[in-house]
Design a protein around this ligand. Structure first.
Ligand code: HEM
Length: 547
């Protein structure tokens, strides 16, 4: 009896499954096949297994998860993902993660479709929105559709050029950072200092008061519990729930207090404050909205966007500079000629050899405390920073090899087509073109791998793994054309959701590098190669020596 009923149930379930399958095939399936045929689509190549044997299809994404976890532990996840594409001989591959249909691409045409030409079809993905809004609330980073448009329109004017052109905010905090560096040539780990610097700068820019985590009368008297906020970082998302809640509360209380003070200011006081003080983001924002929650969420979103990203860029850049004495010498020459190295040799376009240049700076530094006012090099103005073409090329090259946001993705809101990736390889130059369109079913996730794309030989020349800032300049001694990579180079993303703080970040990074170059020696202190440390942003593991 029991067997009979079990068989009955099994037969019923199977019939139900097949009935649904037939219905699905004759409706959705037929529609999808027609769409794919209409666009001449071919299927993507599959990701090759790393752990399981290749005859087993990785339907549940078990191979993907195990191998990603191992690579993450070894700080080689980015390299492995790039190799996944290479070993499949394609620039777009298909895989799965816990049953989710996933495509990985490093093809600029696909990136352009995701971020710009087919923007409306792609969502940030519900899991990202849920995860990030749990600690950021709803703001520009987590909003979509109309709400995102509102955020963007409200925030864009706050990033106007004048907000960035006042470099005094960078000066104050950079001087504090340099003041904390050892003068005897001993090693220093700059990464935590860069994180403190960018937190102090971002809070001062956004709220008009800084966390002052780099010291000098910091914290409490300016109304900020620097220690707590410093600790919080934005990896709060990864903390256990209780700790995360406590951390979020600390930062929300801080922001609420600042907003309340701002909203309580009388009109007259506001005007006076605006006239006398330098640019403060919050002052601009309250002219657009008085909604306390909206203001708080947007400020939190921007703090997240601006802090770890710029610190990671600086860490990667200085790490690479410490390994590139020739690049560093050329940079010193540029800084010397545009900004000046000290007040005594301002704008001196000396032809001294590289060693002599470094030696001079060392001497300046040794005597810095004796003759501080005489010997302090002139600080760069915004206009001078814009003239530093070689420094800009160095930053470009650093962001090419070590993009701070090395991978990102979008979820398909509808069935759609990507211009490339169907059929996998077979493109010109043995580079795995795959220029046939690819059908993407609704709810699939497409990851665009910036790290891998930035290292493609067909896009960046025969030496894509080499740090060579000259590739970005007209006067490249190898007579290469300067790069115009378009959608192949997206450190700040692209299209309607591109980074709003790009100019701010670049100005801050340039300012800090100029001051370090003017006042310190930068030396390599470990033999290691760059290994990623991936959190919300990506930076390297390593130590730099300063003297
Ligand atoms: C080196 C530093 C930075 C890098 C590499 C960077 C990179 C990016 C990237 C890749 C995105 C797109 C994210 C996505 O589509 O999921 C983005 C968005 C954004 N960034 Fe940046 N960013 C940097 C610094 C900053 C700074 C300093 C600020 C503000 C002070 C800022 C504000 C924003 C905002 C508001 C967005 C969201 C734009 C939108 O969704 O409409 N970023 N950034």
């Amino acid at each position: 009896m029991a067997i009979f009923s079990f068989t009955n149930i099994a037969v019923s379930l199977l019939s139900l499954y097949f009935a649904r399958r037939i219905y699905w095939e004759s409706t959705t399936g037929t529609r999808r096949r027609a769409l794919a045929k209409q666009h001449g689509c071919l299927p993507a190549k599959q990701r090759l297994n790393r752990v399981l044997p290749n005859f087993l299809p990785d339907m549940l994404g078990i191979d993907m998860i195990i191998s990603q976890y191992r690579a993450y532990k070894a700080h080689r996840m980015l390299e492995q993902e790039a190799n996944d594409l290479r070993s499949a001989g394609a620039h777009t591959i298909q895989t799965s993660a816990l049953g989710l249909n996933v495509f990985i691409t490093d093809d600029p045409e696909n990136v352009k479709a995701l971020l710009a030409t087919n923007f409306e079809v792609w969502s940030l993905g519900q899991s990202r929105i849920k995860r990030m809004s749990s600690y950021l609330g709803h703001g520009i980073f987590t909003n979509e559709g109309k709400a995102w448009k509102c955020s963007r329109e409200m925030l864009r004017p706050c990033f106007e050029r004048s907000a960035v052109a006042d470099v005094s905010i960078f000066k104050k905090h950079t001087e504090r950072l340099i003041g904390l560096l050892p003068l005897d040539g001993s090693e220093v780990d700059l990464q935590p200092l860069f994180h403190e610097l960018t937190l102090d700068v971002a809070t001062e820019f956004l709220f008009g008061r800084s966390t002052n985590s780099l010291g000098e009368g910091g914290g409490e008297d300016e109304g900020v519990k620097a220690e707590n906020i410093k600790k919080w970082g934005f990896l709060g998302a990864l903390l256990p729930d209780k700790k995360k809640k406590r951390s979020i509360k600390i930062i929300q209380d801080f922001i609420d207090k600042v907003i309340d003070e701002e909203l309580c200011l009388h009109e007259e006081e506001k005007k006076n404050k605006k006239d006398t003080q330098r640019y403060i983001f919050l002052h601009e924002l309250v002219t657009a909205t008085q909604d306390r929650t909206v203001i708080r969420n947007e400020l939190l979103n921007i703090l997240l966007a601006g802090r770890d990203t710029t610190a990671s860029l600086l860490s990667n850049l200085v790490w690479e500079l410490s390994r590139q004495p020739t690049v560093l010498a050329r940079l010193r020459e540029e800084v010397d000629s545009v900004v000046g190295t000290s007040t005594t040799n301002e704008n001196n376009n000396s032809n001294s050899d590289e060693d002599a240049g470094i030696h001079d700076i060392k001497n300046d530094h040794e005597h810095e405390h004796e003759h501080e006012s005489d010997m302090d090099p002139p600080t760069p103005t915004y206009a001078q920073l814009k003239e530093l073409k070689y420094l800009r090329a160095i930053i470009n090259e650093s962001q090419r090899l070590y993009p701070v946001v090395p991978a990102n993705g979008r979820e398909a809101l509808h069935d759609t087509i990507l211009p490339h990736g169907g059929g996998g390889g077979g493109g010109s130059g043995g580079d795995g073109g795959g220029n046939t369109p690819l059908f993407i079913p609704k709810a699939s996730y497409v990851q665009y791998n910036t790290y891998s794309m930035h290292r493609r030989a067909s896009l960046f020349g025969p030496d894509p793994e080499t740090f060579r800032p000259e590739r970005w300049l007209n006067n490249d001694s190898n007579d290469h054309q300067p790069l115009r990579p378009g959608w192949a180079y997206i450190p700040f993303s692209g299209g309607p959701r591109s980074c709003l703080g790009q100019n701010f970040a670049l100005t801050e990074a340039m300012f800090v590098v100029v001051r370090l170059v003017q006042k310190c020696e930068i030396e390599r202190r470990d033999e290691g190669v760059w290994r990623e440390k991936v959190g919300l942003t990506c930076m390297g593991l390593g130590v730099v020596g300063l003297g």
